[in-house]
Design a binder for this molecule. Structure first.
Ligand code: ZN
Length: 275
């Protein structure tokens, strides 16, 4: 067993070929101190059982990914999305995740402003349930290349505005993912604004590869791309964030590797670039 490295957390999607039990055991053995679960982890084991295994392994559960996808053309679709998010909140509570990460959604062809209005309505319908469950909701602004179908919220500024529109409930905040936000000239100002409002809930790290060969599944390992990881972590800390740097890497290349070796590379890169 390696000694746990404070602040080092890994999303289970990073080692997608492994079932969640294997992720838990391998992460703990590799010195990872926190784990972010994905809802797919509950396909075979219920959320409460997964959460128990996480605690037994001595890992901290940092969050659950992901809820969201609120916009829909038809009201029935929007209602179904809210209901699915209420279930996701229950799963977060059951596994002991303090935060549910929201990928807010977008409908191809629907104006983004309309989608943002539907996102605000959808989140506001979940706030009471989240409060009762003791789960926070973290809006994750996505890179603008996903505006067509995955998120009408594409900047930290829009995420902050959305929190303001909702009346800044204590349960609603932001997940800052460097992959989505590193290019933004307003990043430092908007991270500071979020910190001021007490809404910096999560921080996700990876890198931006050049060239990026796939818009979804070609994220880089920290250090193999062009993101200023130390700079952005500094912005987060100056804004008062003390939480972990959670590694979240979707990569067909890496998932094709021997996962034990891949996890060793993740830990080494984290120590070098995020520690
Ligand atoms: Zn993320």
């Amino acid at each position: 067993m390696a000694e746990a490295i404070p602040g080092l957390a890994v999303h289970t999607i990073t080692t997608k070929p492994w079932p969640v039990e294997r992720c838990i055991d391998e992460y703990a053995a590799a010195g990872v101190s926190g784990i972010t679960l994905w809802r797919r982890d509950f396909e075979r084991l219920p959320a409460a059982a997964v959460g128990r295994r996480v605690r037994e392994a001595g890992l901290e559960c940092c969050g659950l990914a992901r809820g969201g996808f609120f916009p829909a053309v038809e009201a029935a679709g929007r209602r179904a999305a809210v209901e699915d998010n209420l279930r996701a909140i229950d799963e977060a509570a059951a596994c002991g995740a303090p935060v549910l990460v929201l990928v807010c959604g977008a409908v191809p062809g629907q104006p983004l402003a309309e989608s943002r209005k539907q996102i605000a309505e959808g989140i506001s319908e979940c706030v009471g349930h989240a409060r009762a469950a003791g789960v926070k909701l973290a809006i994750e602004p996505l890179h603008p290349m996903y505006a067509g179908d995955r998120s009408a919220v594409v900047t930290m500024g829009q995420a902050n505005d959305l929190c303001d529109v909702l009346g800044s409930p204590a349960e609603v905040g932001i997940a800052v993912d460097v992959y989505h936000t590193w290019w933004d000239a307003a990043l430092e100002v908007e991270i500071a604004r979020a910190g001021e409002a007490g809404r910096l809930f999560s921080y996700h790290v990876c890198d931006w590869r050049l060239p990026t060969e796939d818009l979804l599944n070609d994220r880089g390992l920290m250090g193999e791309g062009c993101i200023d990881l130390a700079g952005i972590r500094g912005m987060m800390e100056r804004a008062g964030f003390t939480g972990p740097s959670e590694v979240e890497i979707f990569s067909d290349r890496r998932w094709a590797q021997v996962q034990e070796v891949w996890l060793e590379e993740v830990v080494a890169a984290w120590v070098r670039h995020c520690g």
